[in-house]
Design a protein around this ligand. Structure first.
Ligand code: ATP
Length: 284
């Protein structure tokens, strides 16, 4: 009952806002592993309007990465459908870019060649490719490192290259899977502030998976909390009225009473699911 009401609400909101950029409609995903069946996602419906920065939180193993892989066309759902602009999403393509926790750069290519890679695949001419890649590197503050190799850069810089490589393709949809998970705390805050600016400027629709409640609130227009496995949408919190937070330093914003209130609410919600996930692990 509760689930079908959530589905109706989500669909109604999406219709009111026009065709969403990304729709996941009643997605279920089961994996078969050594004779056992793992239900990673169970009847997940989510509509992300164009230009929205949607952050996704939930306990480990609740299916967050699986959800992104389905949105990216890297996995097929067992049931349900992923849609882009109202049409079946199909396989992966240059208009949907993923940024992973591990930077996934090509180690033998220079920074600029890494950024150019997708443009090369898209058969953009050599001069144009270089100009576009350099302009993007400028935007992420790495123009001076164009000829460096990934191993010569810090983790934060490598992740900036990975983000530049995604944004250079001007994707309609950016799917980020814990992109700052491997960074130290200070670099992470810097990257949050940079991504907030970059994404706001580009206006790209983004789904961003994180384990950090603060990061989710600071960056998100909307925060989706998922339940313990099998993953479902437990709650969706619209925080678009606070999008101006992204223009301020993260630490200043995190001291605001409204931020603290949201953090408390979302922490409680996520913690309930973490407890449910550990109880399930003890039983199984
Ligand atoms: N290719 C696969 N084959 C079998 N099982 C899988 C596969 N991919 C994911 N799973 C299982 O599906 C469930 C959800 O995994 P997923 O990686 O999506 O969770 P997650 O929420 O992203 O976890 P984390 O926060 O730890 O990264 C897990 O139980 C995982 O073991």
């Amino acid at each position: 009952m509760a689930r079908s009401r959530a589905l109706t609400d989500e669909t109604a909101d999406a219709t009111a806002a026009g065709t969403p950029k990304l729709e996941l409609v009643r997605i279920t995903k089961r994996f078969h592993r050594r004779g056992a069946v793992v239900t990673a996602l169970d009847d997940v419906t989510l509509a992300v309007p164009a230009g929205q920065f949607c952050t996704v939180l939930g306990p480990s193993g609740c299916g967050k990465s699986t959800l992104l892989h389905i949105a990216a066309g890297l996995e097929r759902p067992t049931a349900g459908e992923a849609r882009i602009d109202g049409r079946p999403a199909g396989g992966p393509g240059p208009h949907r870019c993923m940024v992973f926790q591990s930077f996934a750069l090509f180690p033998s290519m220079t920074v600029v060649r890494n950024v150019e890679f997708g443009l090369r695949v898209a058969k953009v001419s050599g001069t144009k490719r270089r100009d576009v890649a350099m302009a993007q590197l400028e935007r992420v503050g790495l123009a001076g490192f164009a000829d460096a190799y990934p191993h010569e850069l810090s983790g934060g810089m490598q992740q900036r290259v990975a983000i530049a490589r995604a944004l250079v393709l001007e994707p309609d949809l950016l799917l980020m899977d814990e992109p700052f998970g491997a960074l130290d705390a200070q670099t992470r805050v810097t990257m949050q502030e940079e991504v907030a600016q970059l994404v706001a400027r580009s206006g790209v629709t983004t789904v961003f998976v994180t384990h950090s409640v603060e990061e989710a609130i600071y960056l998100g227009d909307r925060i989706v909390v998922m339940s313990a496995r099998p993953g479902r949408v437990k709650e969706s919190i619209d925080v678009a009225q606070h999008s101006a937070w992204r223009d301020q330093p993260a630490h200043d914003v995190m001291n605001e009473p409204e931020f603290a209130r949201l953090r408390q609410h979302i922490w409680t919600s996520v913690r309930e699911e973490i407890s449910a996930a550990s109880a399930e692990q003890r039983i199984s």
